[in-house]
Write a protein that binds this ligand. Sequence first.
Ligand code: PLP
Ligand code: COI
Length: 353
Amino acid sequence: MELKIIKTENKKAKPTGKLGFGKYFTDHMFIMEYEGGEWKNARIQPYQDLHLAPSASVLHYAQGVFEGAKAYKNSKGEIRLFRLNDNLDRMCDSAERLCMPTFDKKFVYDAIKQLIFIDEDWIPTDEGTALYIRPTMIATEPALGVHASKTYYMYVIVSPVGAYYAHGLAPVKLLVEENYVRAAKGGTGGHKVIGNYAASMKAGENAQAKGYDQAMWLDAKHHRYVEEVGAMNIFFVIDGVAYTPALRGSILPGITRRSVITLLKSHNIKVREMNVDIRKVAEAAENGKLNEIFGTGTAAVISPVGWFGYHGKDYEVNKGEMGEISKMIYDELTGIQNGKYPDKFGWVDIIKK
Ligand code: PLP
Ligand code: COI
């Protein structure tokens, strides 16, 4: 398929000051359309609103999937993409889960590269910033019957971003959610589908109303085993061993999670992927054995957890400060992403040297 390029004649002003997360969008976007069993009309075009019928099935039945990846520009002027292939693999898995078409991953990868080159001057360079890449696929068929759409848009927008949490790397406070659940086995929790996020908002808002940053999810059956957090996977360091919930279908298989497991193991830190019982975590906190908790995600990077609330009680973690292991993993992961550290696991594609 050919990739058409239509450049804007009205470049927008770049943001000044704090970027925050996902508030600004560059001058261009990638889009292609699925119809009659194939993708067509692939193009990079000026960033613009979508043409969508009010009856489009994504708007009614949430047949939509997305991804989140990042490109970095360092002081040498290199543009570095982190594990984008893994995001495109996961996107195709998510699409299959929702009866949506997959796509030629190499074609889309190359189109994203082109988009980044065209909007290169939007890539921020300050410490902790990146160009966030948001591939998205939505069902566009104008039909109210509940069935898989016959038509789709697949598009990619990019956004210069800073820290996901307003207070940056400062430790967050999580509330263990004991009533609502995010996902059950057999559902869609293990895929990056848009409905998961709508279903999670109530618990997030409840947590915030009580002074916490986010909810920590427990499993749907026992309300006892930790799953993940709003937009990140989670690690607990207890007595020097790193525990993270095993992937059993209801947790998003995070690419940062996978990278962090590799990094921890490379430092000979034991990693156990298993059921993590929140009662045992609380017990460890009480016995002084809970060393650190941190979340992992593309947007959140490594996010230290300084406190968690469970069953009416607040527990402090590492005196409310970022722990040694969290800091080491943060430095190493971001170092690999921006080129300060060697890319010894082959995670980075330097698309411009
Ligand atoms: N869990 C959820 C629900 C997420 O939305 C994300 C973000 O993508 C993650 C975990 C972390 O995944 P990744 O490390 O691939 O960004
Ligand atoms: C990401 O980390 O890329 C995410 O998708 C999180 C997002 C829901 C803000």
